[in-house]
Design a binder for this molecule. Structure first.
Ligand code: ZN
Length: 342
């Protein structure tokens, strides 16, 4: 490690919070990140944040728009921030409805400022790009405060999922069990042991490596939010706050189907570009060898059709959303129904 790297790691974050995380009551404020640019020489990005605290108790960190084109999180969390009262809380709720705020305002997955994908840039850098600075602040100033972390994703503009909450397989079995219990408490229609394609640099990994109880979701997609998926997000947030002991009351429970992703065969990637024809819709049962999608050559009428088949039994849990696909895109994700852990 070079000397410059070491000093960078110790540099304070340029982000200033206008809320006091130790104060009781409801506070609405901003994380202010200086951002000097052509249209604002001494300007700043202002990320909305709310803190609701009463006395001692666990801290739950709730985040949305880690990717800027996923909307269930921001809808549920802006709503919660406006309505949660301190008297209802035992402990602390930190609400950051739009983590990658520039991406959220642009309606894009990554930041329009530096093309930063926040969920690949943890632990971030205090002296890096705008997105790296957001990651660094969350890594060093928000995650350490939390006992429970819920990060609400959906598929964004290019993917669509069955609505599921997810946990990951972890080296620490006791921590994994705590995460699975919290995922089940969220109580989405599906609960997934998620095998990530690319876990390096994710917020998930950052939180899990700190020992936090971490739950993520994929609640829909297509670059919008539906009434059903927003309702799942709102209900899941409340259920998780009750599970953590921060809110009192009875959780709203309904059946949740447990899905596993035992290996990389659960992902079907496109080997060529073209026009997608899905053979089945989300939730469909698949047998190994079943046709999942066809991709048509669009450069000639007599072109080939590529067929993509299920490599294992399961259900279609995720799909490519746009009508056109490029080489390397994820076409489909298969989840394998299994018994829920007891
Ligand atoms: Zn996402």
């Amino acid at each position: 490690m070079s000397a410059s790297t070491i000093s960078s790691d110790l540099r304070p974050s340029p982000v200033a919070a206008s809320v006091d995380f130790e104060r009781d009551g409801v506070q609405h404020g901003h994380l202010k990140l200086p951002y000097s640019r052509d249209d604002s020489a001494w300007g700043a990005l202002m990320l909305p944040i709310a803190v609701v605290k009463r006395g001692k108790g666990p801290t739950v960190l709730l985040t949305g728009a880690n990717h800027g084109d996923e909307y269930e999180g921001p809808v549920a969390l802006f709503d919660l921030a406006r309505t949660l009262v301190a008297d209802a809380v035992s402990g602390r709720v930190i609400i950051l409805p739009a983590m990658n705020y520039p991406a959220f305002r642009a309606g894009t997955r990554t930041s329009p400022i530096d093309k930063g994908n926040l969920n690949r840039l943890f632990p971030g850098r205090p002296d890096g790009t705008v997105t790296q600075k957001i990651a660094d602040y969350i890594q060093r100033h928000l995650l350490p405060l939390a006992d429970y972390v819920l990060d609400i994703h959906s598929g964004g503009r290019t993917l669509e999922f069955l609505p599921f909450a997810a946990a990951h397989r972890l080296p620490d079995a006791a921590q994994e069990a705590r995460c699975v219990r919290a995922m089940m408490a969220f109580n989405a229609p599906y609960s997934m042991m998620l095998r990530e394609l690319d876990a390096v640099g994710t917020y998930d990994t950052a939180a899990e490596e700190m020992g936090k109880v971490f739950v993520t979701t994929e609640l829909g997609g297509g670059g919008t939010a539906r009434a059903e998926t927003v309702a799942i997000a709102k209900r899941g947030v409340r259920n998780l706050l009750i599970h953590a002991g921060v809110l009192e009351g009875e959780p709203e429970r309904s059946p949740s189907s447990f899905l596993d992703m035992p290996d990389g065969d659960c992902y079907i990637g496109s080997l060529g570009g073209g026009l997608v024809e899905l053979a089945v819709d989300l939730g469909a049962r698949l047998r190994r060898g079943d046709l999942v999608a066809r991709v048509h050559d669009v450069e000639r009428t007599a072109g080939a059709v590529a067929e993509y088949r299920a490599a294992r039994d399961g259900v279609l849990a995720g799909r490519h959303f746009p009508g056109l696909v490029q080489t390397g895109d994820t076409l489909a994700v298969i989840g394998v129904p299994t018994a829920a852990p007891t």
